[in-house]
Design a protein around this ligand. Structure first.
Ligand SMILES: *[C@@H]1O[C@H](CO)[C@@H](O)[C@H](O)[C@H]1NC(C)=O
Ligand SMILES: *[C@@H]1O[C@H](CO)[C@@H](O)[C@H](O)[C@H]1NC(C)=O
Ligand SMILES: *[C@@H]1O[C@H](CO)[C@@H](O)[C@H](O)[C@H]1NC(C)=O
Ligand SMILES: *[C@@H]1O[C@H](CO)[C@@H](O)[C@H](O)[C@H]1NC(C)=O
Length: 370
């Protein structure tokens, strides 16, 4: 019997449910079980439509056709044809779709909240003024924490926050945004200095989550931006940008090292690091092995490799094409993968082996290790 039916039959039960709606739900046996809340932070790989509600430009929005075409009607604002990694993770964890924090229609966040914003980076300078940077996302989470403390009290809030899983996608825009300004990418910083700044700011946010009582973090390596369709389309001969390759490798090495340090430093800190970079590279190089026909070009866009970011025709360039069969493609637009690819990634993030997601996978973080 569905929870809704029980509520209709048993009004007394309803008030009990409402008291505990903070973080309880009914198991199939009718016992109360606590669910694990899910908070999502980051960039367009996770943005469920927060950018629909900020003052930005259509470069940083995707709430128009054909975005969402495989799943969301009308388009939600996700930068894909359908669902994203956190949408599948929520499903595997038995949670509803996690609400978009900035959508004014949402005001209950007991299952969690999604703060991610397309274009966002760890550095406030990355696409400043057009996206909600990671630090501001943490502030929003702080506002929500206060709201929980007022509504649920301290002990239930502490429990909710320490059981919760916090998912991150961050870094890509910190490396992409300077490329648009100057091909000599990170001037005046060395690669090492710049990557350290990005990782330093991400670390500040992880520590911020930990201070508020969060313990379990899921994060991915940064994707192989060097051969992104949007990067190749802007370069003579449509070559890959090797400098971006060097920088993303450096980022991924430093991230992994930093997480190992935090595990030792921060009490109770646990993490799942999913090697998205490797998984994306494999699909771009060998698409047919993963059920795709095309691994290097976008389904929706224009120009070489569909690399001009014109999907939807609202970003200054009106002409674009849309492929016939979206699931044949790894890339939906010149910067973002298709729903089919997100589902594959989510499965590996959820229960992948330690060669892919380590030291824990998300399933373990959600279920707890005790
Ligand atoms: C939105 O941004 C534009 C350009 O940055 C600015 O001119 C405008 O005043 C902003 N509008 C609001 C409501 O903040
Ligand atoms: C781009 O970076 C180089 C240094 O790497 C610098 O000399 C040049 O002035 C920069 N160009 C612009 C437009 O900022
Ligand atoms: C965070 O980024 C800013 C630039 O936005 C930089 O000045 C600062 O040093 C960085 N913080 C850390 C801890 O690296
Ligand atoms: C789309 O592609 C998938 C995978 O290649 C295939 O299974 C499906 O039949 C195709 N659909 C259409 C309408 O061609």
């Amino acid at each position: 019997m569905a929870v809704a039916d029980i509520q209709l039959l048993l009004p007394l039960f309803v008030s009990f449910l409402l008291m505990f709606r903070g973080y309880s739900s009914l198991s199939s046996e009718g016992h109360f079980v606590e669910h694990v809340a899910f908070f999502v932070f980051g960039d367009s790989l996770y943005d469920p439509g927060n950018n629909n509600y900020i003052n930005t430009t259509t470069d940083f929005q995707a709430n128009f056709w054909p975005y969402g075409i495989s799943y969301f009607h009308p388009p939600s604002g996700r930068f894909s044809d359908g669902r994203l990694i956190p949408d599948f993770i929520a499903e595997y964890a038995g949670l509803p779709l996690i609400p978009t924090y900035l959508d004014p229609r949402n005001n209950e966040f007991v299952y969690g909240a999604n703060f991610a914003s397309g274009g966002a980076g760890a550095l406030v300078e990355s696409h400043a003024g057009f996206a909600v940077d990671l630090k501001t996302q943490l502030q929003y989470f702080g506002d929500l924490e206060k709201h929980f403390r007022q509504n649920l009290g301290d002990s239930k809030t502490d429990q909710l926050l320490s059981d919760a899983v916090y998912l991150f996608s961050c870094g890509g825009n910190d490396y992409l945004s300077p490329v648009g300004n100057n091909d000599s990418v990170l001037y005046p910083y060395t690669h090492q200095q710049y990557v350290s700044m990005v990782i330093g700011n991400m670390t500040d946010v992880f520590k911020g989550i930990h201070e508020k009582g969060g313990r379990k973090i899921g994060i991915t390596t940064v994707v192989p931006l060097a051969c992104w369709p949007s990067i190749r389309a802007g370069r003579p001969g449509n070559t890959c940008n090797e400098e971006l390759d060097i920088i993303s490798s450096l980022h991924n090495q430093q991230l992994s090292k930093k997480l190992q340090e935090l595990e030792k430093q921060l009490e109770g800190f646990m993490y799942a690091l999913f090697d998205l970079n490797t998984e994306v590279s494999k699909r771009m190089k060998n698409p047919s092995k993963y059920g795709f026909k095309i691994g290097d070009s976008a389904c929706c866009g224009s120009g070489p490799f569909g690399g001009i970011y014109s999907c939807g025709g609202k970003r200054g360039v009106e002409e674009f094409y849309l492929c016939d069969n979206i699931s044949d493609y790894f890339f939906f637009d010149s910067n973002h993968n298709t729903e089919v690819a997100s589902r594959q990634f989510a499965e590996l993030f959820w229960n992948g082996e330690s060669s892919v997601t380590a030291p824990y996978n998300l399933k373990t973080l959600f279920q707890g290790t005790d």
